[in-house]
Design a binder for this molecule. Structure first.
Ligand code: FES
Length: 145
């Protein structure tokens, strides 16, 4: 009888833990799903981003290359199929990276925030983000370095 009770408690705890684990995992997947991160290599002065990475649910692609870029570059799809690319560096004090959030870009150092249009939405930063020129074809966004 005691063994049955222990087995029941053990099974119940495992079931609860797995449900809690699934809950955490699905939250992580939901919070991560809008962000695509690509390791890119410059080609003739451009970073190429396939347009196929932008979908109904994904409007942001982060370009990473620790050797070629001082900071990541965020390519954003705005309303009306407009695209912009920004350096993920805070404009308040140099050398501080930004993180992408669901509302824009955020600097953990002093709390500056920027919208997906690169404009300051929360000080102390006063200048907008550095923007890159783009060339857009039917399949590729080319970010000019
Ligand atoms: S360095 Fe980013 S807010 Fe100060």
């Amino acid at each position: 009888m005691d063994l049955d009770r222990r087995a029941f408690i053990r099974k119940s705890c495992l079931a609860c833990a797995s449900i809690a684990g699934i809950g955490v995992l699905s939250t992580l997947v939901q919070s991560c799903s809008p962000l695509v991160s690509l390791k890119v290599t410059p080609e003739q002065g451009f970073l190429n981003v396939p347009l196929s990475h932008f979908t109904e649910t994904n409007k942001l692609v982060l370009l990473k290359n620790y050797e070629a870029l001082d900071f990541d570059i965020a390519v954003v799809q705005l309303a009306g199929n407009q695209y912009k690319a920004f350096q993920m560096q805070c404009t308040h004090v140099a050398n501080n990276p930004l993180v992408a959030t669901k509302n824009g870009f955020f600097c953990n150092t002093h709390g500056s925030a920027f919208g997906f249009d690169g404009q300051v939405t929360n000080s102390p930063a006063k200048r907008p983000l550095k923007e890159y020129q783009l060339e857009i074809t039917s399949e590729i966004i080319k970010v000019k370095l």
